[in-house]
Design a protein around this ligand. Structure first.
Ligand code: ZN
Ligand code: ZN
Length: 185
């Protein structure tokens, strides 16, 4: 595909959004950066809660199911041995997102609920974006789940702004908060 075609394709995607001109220009005139930047570890993500894709899946599941779950509920859903779940939940408890009370079950703390809301949004923004590149809804959800835990909140907010704060993703509603609504680019 020629560069002009790619740019037309991209601007077509953002056609309905007010910042179409700014975005297509910035993509067309991207300055070269040093290749060293591509290998740089992002030291700023330490302030964000870094979770593996599996932990992200558990937190989202707890959020979507609401209330308290048993180890066996999670084990059955993810086809994982309950002892593995217990270990992973103990690690999650250290982040303060989840609590596991004997005989009462596993549940999200308030911090966990807030973070889970963000994880769901991150998934929906990225999967919606992927549908533009020819992926079906199902493929987009699966693919986003592979890499979504590596994308920073700032990037999600920027994409949300560029997409015009979409209300509906391929697998549910998308919420907007101070992060994306107050961004000006
Ligand atoms: Zn999805
Ligand atoms: Zn938004």
């Amino acid at each position: 595909m020629k560069t002009t075609q790619i740019i037309m394709e991209i601007s077509g995607f953002f056609n309905n959004y007010k910042d179409v001109i700014r975005i297509s220009k910035s993509w067309a005139y991207t300055k070269n950066i040093s290749p060293a930047t591509c290998y740089k570890q992002d030291m700023e993500t330490e302030s964000e809660i870094d979770l593996s894709p599996r932990k992200v899946a558990y937190v989202k599941y707890l959020f979507e199911r609401g209330g308290r779950l048993r180890t066996t509920d999670i084990a059955a859903q993810f086809h994982v041995d309950p002892s593995t779940i217990t270990k992973t939940i103990a690690e999650l408890a250290e982040t303060g997102l989840v609590r596991h009370e004997p005989y009462r079950g596993i549940f999200l703390t308030d911090k966990g609920k807030r973070h889970a809301g963000y994880l769901v949004k991150r998934h929906r923004i990225l999967s919606l974006m992927l549908t533009h590149y020819g992926l079906t809804h199902e493929q987009a959800c699966e693919e986003a789940a592979r890499f979504e835990s590596l994308v920073s909140k700032d990037t999600i907010d920027r994409i949300c702004v560029a997409m015009g704060h979409p209300r509906l993703g391929v697998c549910g509603e998308i919420t907007h908060d101070d992060g994306c609504l107050e961004q000006e680019y």
